[in-house]
Design a binder for this molecule. Structure first.
Ligand code: OXD
Ligand code: MN
Length: 602
């Protein structure tokens, strides 16, 4: 189909206006076919963006190196341009929408000269599903289109679902590097020093300029499925969350679904694909990053994974840490900023084998192990199709979603937070989500290992005032007739005095999932012990059979350090003050209750 044949007038007009602003050499409406994907990959080989991997090692897969100035999400260049600063709230960068549009129009003017402008209709969620939504990304990056093919559902079926007047989120993207006459095309075009990742929540549009990487450029993911979707969800009474979704089945064949929020690069993909170490239990994956949830007619909370692929952190992924991820990326995948071995495979730190001599690093230079630098960038990524995952859940594409029984929060905390604790109530669970804090990782540009509050793991992803977002969560819990999931807070990352992790993690986390599963069916505090923080497992209820763990270590993992928590309270209070009048009274009340429990119990 050509642009002129598009029946959707608003879409056609937007495409024509964008073309006249950006001045591309040609326009291509993407159909989503395999032939189109293959042609894009061939083009990317010609520009040097892709190198094909060996057919024997990773069939139909490609290696890409980014510009060194374009390796991660850029939170300081990400803006929420609501009409007022207050609507964006204290945790977002705000800019006046008119002023920002003026800047962006200047940057986008002529930005696509010499390039193809791709128009990518895509669906977040199964095409036409009741929880799904449509976006259209206009981009001048073939790399972005290829990744969108894996990460979302693209092309003709989406246009059909959109019809003549359907709603879509316009997402405009340019790498900001026109190809001028006589200039060669470069493998990773970007405008590294002038990036703008901009959201207009009221008009529900996205403009992204200057970066070709991940969450900055694949606009269906963080920009639409989280930042714009949170503001839709608030208005429409649902939830758009930075959560994995997994199904867990017990030895009797009963199954429950769990959603879990962890800050970026804290092991969501590993948890979503976990292989239980406890006999007879099974975990299956619905999604590893984003959940859209709303109540069904039966009162339960149903979740879909709006994505169709995994954009996972490669370093640390191995046959032993996550064999299911390794199988997902075994073919038909794109690898960005990994190392390349001489026999045409990819390599990264933590893959479990030594780097073969003569490998190239993430910049395409011969790797020198003596350099002391990693061969793969710490935020190197694989883009892999979800359906290739051996443990993909049979219901993962159910357009109605899967019913959620438990919601987990977690972060990287060397101390203070016990291995697992359960909330006493929905508002207490919302309180837990609001105080998530984690040591920072390489998923975003900036200092590593700093403790930062990352409420609901949504700090970089909430498209409106975070105080109002807390209020929305409280309101959702008060929905009449709702059968509410239970909340839990987990911390696999607690360390002992010797600096070593106390808990083995990975497949052993199934022991915690088992306790969560059983708590969902339990009456009262069966299997649990009350503490000031919440309910922790009664020692005999946490299955540690077959695990070598000393009793004192387990005690330490499950202990509530009252002094440390009393010391945390003022910080939480100050944090809450930063939301001013937008902080819901219900959360302040939870903080007071925690203070009382710490004073009177434990
Ligand atoms: C991601 C992130 O890429 O959270 O999922 O940064
Ligand atoms: Mn994420």
């Amino acid at each position: 189909m050509t642009i002129g044949e598009l029946r959707h007038v608003a879409l056609r007009t937007w495409i024509e206006e964008t073309a006249s602003l950006c001045g591309p050499a040609d326009i291509r409406l993407c159909d989503g076919s395999q032939a189109e994907y293959d042609e894009l990959c061939s083009r990317l080989i010609v520009t040097g963006t892709f190198r094909p991997l060996s057919r024997d090692k990773k069939p139909h897969s490609f290696y890409a190196c980014s510009d060194p100035g374009d390796v991660a999400r850029v939170e300081d260049r990400t803006f929420i341009c609501s009409k007022t600063r207050e609507a964006a709230g204290p945790t977002n960068n705000w800019a006046d929408p008119d002023e920002m549009k003026r800047i962006l129009r200047g940057l986008f003017s002529g930005a696509m000269r010499g390039r193809t402008m791709y128009v990518v209709p895509y669906s977040m969620g199964p095409v036409g599903g009741p929880l799904s939504k449509i976006g259209v990304e206009i981009t001048d990056s073939a790399y972005v289109v290829a990744n969108m093919h894996i990460m979302t559902r693209v092309g003709n079926p989406v246009l059909e679902a959109l019809g003549d007047v359907g709603d879509f989120v316009p997402c405009l993207h340019s790498v900001g590097k026109p190809v001028l006459p006589g200039q060669p095309n470069i493998p990773w075009p970007c405008d590294a020093d002038r990036k703008y990742i901009v959201h207009f929540p009221e008009e529900r549009s996205i403009w992204s300029y200057g970066s070709g990487y991940g969450g900055n450029a694949l606009l269906g993911k963080k920009c639409f499925a989280l930042r714009i979707a949170t503001s839709m969800a608030r208005d429409q009474g649902w939830l758009a969350e930075h959560m994995l979704i997994l199904g867990i089945t017990n030895p009797e064949g009963r199954k429950k679904y769990v959603a879990a929020a962890f800050p970026s690069a804290c092991g969501k993909t590993n948890l979503a694909m976990l292989i239980p170490t406890i006999p007879g239990w099974k975990v299956e994956t619905v999604g590893d990053d984003i959940a859209w949830m709303r109540f069904g007619k039966d009162g339960r909370l149903y979740a879909i994974n709006p994505e169709a692929g995994f954009f996972g952190v490669a370093p640390g992924t191995s046959q032993s840490s996550n064999p299911n991820a390794m199988a997902s990326l075994a073919r038909d995948s794109i690898f960005t900023n990994c190392a390349l071995t001489p026999d045409g495979d990819v390599w990264w730190e933590g893959i479990g084998t030594p780097i073969p001599p003569g490998s190239l690093d993430w910049q395409g230079a011969i790797y020198d192990p003596a350099s002391g630098k990693p061969a793969a960038h710490p935020n190197a990524r694989f883009t892999a199709p979800a359906m290739a995952c051996p443990c993909i859940d049979p219901e993962w594409e159910n357009p109605e979603g899967v019913p959620i029984s438990a919601i987990l929060f977690g972060g990287r905390r060397a101390g203070v937070v016990p291995l697992v604790h359960e909330a006493y109530s929905w508002p207490h669970g919302v309180f837990m989500g609001s105080i998530v804090a984690s040591e920072t990782t390489a998923a975003a540009a900036g200092a590593l290992g700093r403790l930062r509050r990352d409420p609901f793991a949504m700090l970089p992803f909430c498209g409106y005032n975070m105080g109002d977002y807390f209020g929305h969560w409280l309101d959702v819990g008060a929905t009449p007739g709702a059968i509410l999931p239970k909340f839990f807070y987990v911390n696999w990352f607690r360390k002992g005095k010797d600096g070593k992790f106390l808990w083995p993690g990975y497949g052993e986390n199934s022991r915690i999932l088992k306790w969560v599963f059983e708590r969902c069916d339990a009456r009262g505090d069966e299997g649990a012990v009350e503490t000031p923080l919440g309910l922790v497992p009664a020692r005999e209820s946490l299955d540690v059979s077959g695990l070598t763990i000393d009793a004192p270590v387990l005690d330490e993992l499950l202990s509530v350090d009252r002094d440390a928590w009393l010391a945390e309270l003022p910080g939480i209070g100050e944090y809450y003050n930063s939301f001013g009048e937008h902080l819901p009274a219900g959360l302040r009340a939870e903080l007071d209750k925690l203070g009382e429990r710490l004073g009177s119990k434990g």
